[in-house]
Design a protein around this ligand. Structure first.
Ligand SMILES: [Fe+2]
Ligand SMILES: [Fe+2]
Length: 281
């Protein structure tokens, strides 16, 4: 079995989101979604209920009346936002537990994921682009393949880092040399297995590039935010190599240095409060 085949054979073993969260996500994606049933499913899960109420009453919705029931939360936030919250609630414990073998110290992986999620949405707004409702969630999950590689496939990051340094290539290029695949491809395969919507999966798959300029708004925002986070060190994680964003994408959105500097600043301003939302989730 090649290294690549071995990695893909491990995907089945990665525990999915808690089953009630998975059922809510399946339900929300149905074309004839039953609102009552979504409310009922969330209500049956005390953890999901507590967290949805917490997030619905968080600083993001400041100024609005306090929400006390799941029904009101779903009504106020809408199904798109509920979908995003359920994913974040499912992802937080997986991401926060992740430790070293893949060069992800506890906490820094989650911090980086949240920083890129905030950054992608801010960037789209700064560039006056229409923010797709799934952008935050897709950005949050962009590196989920690293969890699979480091935790479930038992890949030691050491050799990959060595190739990065020696050959001066980007992290994902070194992954492909050593493993025959990279964390973007592995992450996308995992999310397909979990029945995530294809627009989210393709952001994960192409967050290092590879989507035509005309129809890649979401993957491009994530690509740029990811590069700026890694270059500036905001969000804690650095891949230790040159993480310049694609010149093609940068110039397509006519981004100057000012925008990237402002973006990093705005991520820094929001990161702590966003992270505190997930503590204890
Ligand atoms: Fe990545
Ligand atoms: Fe990343």
């Amino acid at each position: 079995m090649t290294k690549r085949e071995e990695i893909f054979s491990k995907l089945e073993k990665v525990p999915s989101f808690p089953s009630s969260a998975g059922r809510v996500l399946d339900l929300i994606q149905k074309p004839d979604v039953d609102f009552q049933e979504v409310v009922k499913l969330i209500e049956y899960d005390p953890l999901l209920t507590t967290n949805i109420l917490r997030l619905a009453n968080s600083a993001y919705y400041r100024g609005l009346a306090k929400i006390e029931t799941v029904r009101d939360a779903v009504l106020r936030l809408g199904l798109d936002n509920i979908f995003n919250m359920v994913v974040a609630i499912g992802f937080a414990p997986i991401a926060q537990k992740t430790v070293d073998p893949y060069d992800l110290t506890a906490g820094s992986f989650f911090e980086h994921s949240v920083a890129v999620a905030i950054g992608s949405v801010h960037l789209a707004k700064m560039l006056r682009l229409k923010v797709p409702p799934y952008l935050f969630t897709a950005a949050l999950l962009h590196d989920i393949g690293k969890v699979v590689l480091g935790t479930y496939a038992g890949v030691d990051g050491e050799e990959i880092r060595r190739v990065c340094q020696k050959e001066g290539v980007q992290f994902e290029v070194a992954e492909r040399k050593v493993l025959g695949t990279d964390h973007a491809e592995v992450g996308a395969a995992l999310l397909r297995l979990w029945n995530m919507p294809e627009n989210i999966v393709s952001v994960v798959e192409f967050h290092h590039g590879g989507v035509p300029l005309e129809n890649g708004l979401a993957p491009h925002m994530v690509h740029l935010a990811n590069s700026f986070c890694l270059m500036s060190g905001v969000g804690g994680e650095r891949e230790g190599v040159d993480n310049l964003p694609s010149y093609e994408i940068l110039s397509h959105y006519r981004m100057g240095d000012m925008v990237s500097a402002k973006l990093v600043e705005s991520i820094e301003g929001e990161l702590e409060s966003a992270l505190s939302l997930f503590r204890g989730v």
